[in-house]
Ligand binder design. Sequence first.
Ligand SMILES: N[C@@H](CCC(=O)N[C@@H](CSC=O)C(=O)NCC(=O)O)C(=O)O
Length: 281
Amino acid sequence: MALETIAENRCFDGLQGVYRHESEACNGPMRFALYRPPQALAGEACPVVTFLSGLTCTEENFTVKAGAQRMAAELGLILVAPDTSPRNQGIAGEDDSYDFGSGAGFYLDATQAPWSKAYRMESYLTRELPAVLEEYFQADWSRQGIMGHSMGGHGALTLHFKNRERWQSVSAFAPIVAPMQVPWGQKAFTGYLGDDRSTWEAYDACALVREKPSRAEILIDQGTADNFLNEQLRPELFEQACRDTGQPLKLRMQEGYDHSYFFIASFIEDHLRHHATALRG
Ligand SMILES: N[C@@H](CCC(=O)N[C@@H](CSC=O)C(=O)NCC(=O)O)C(=O)O
């Protein structure tokens, strides 16, 4: 599969790139950002951490706002930041709302027409993107972690539970943990998966942890001044599910922090250290 380089910039003696390739799962071109630390440029097989962004984001938000590269360079971590949905599918309503359609792929495989022709982010992230990455970049693909923010936190948790051999470490900033019980998730799942709620459970972190907890300790940071905390995020539901099933969880309520990338930038170092420690070879 061909890979097109959109941009490459030197950053903390590593290289921040943005790339594009054709995606069958997403029915068109997809972009991703990838940071290679100096160790990787020198030929070392470095571990890889994927960051999944939230509603309205592209591969750019994390790359330019989180300030992750300095610590990734120090720790020798490769960072991958995919886009959050397919783009330009010509589906009616695709660009009409911030929480459904473009920029809101919810890291699942849609089963409902017309979305099912392209909105297949789970297949994209578990099959197609890994094949592209492994073809074009040197890394230690046996050591990988996943993290994300909000909708991306939901993606990181659910993809970890369903692919724990691939992504051995996991963390999240202000994740949607119980999409079946909150308006963002209910809207997305109805549109992408249909009315049969039994099909939703495969994409609900609370349901997945109750089905089979993982051995990894999950790090979650959540701001107490986050506007979405009580209606959309509800970390207490995941905390209870983890307690009930013995899932190791470090949930940190961060006083006064909101939902923004200023919050992410404030704690990204802890998250990268969490992954580096868990993935140490
Ligand atoms: N109504 C707002 C909501 C968009 C928003 O807050 N997006 C967050 C993620 S929310 C959960 O997935 C985000 O990361 N925004 C991008 C950023 O750079 O801050 C709106 O439409 O703005």
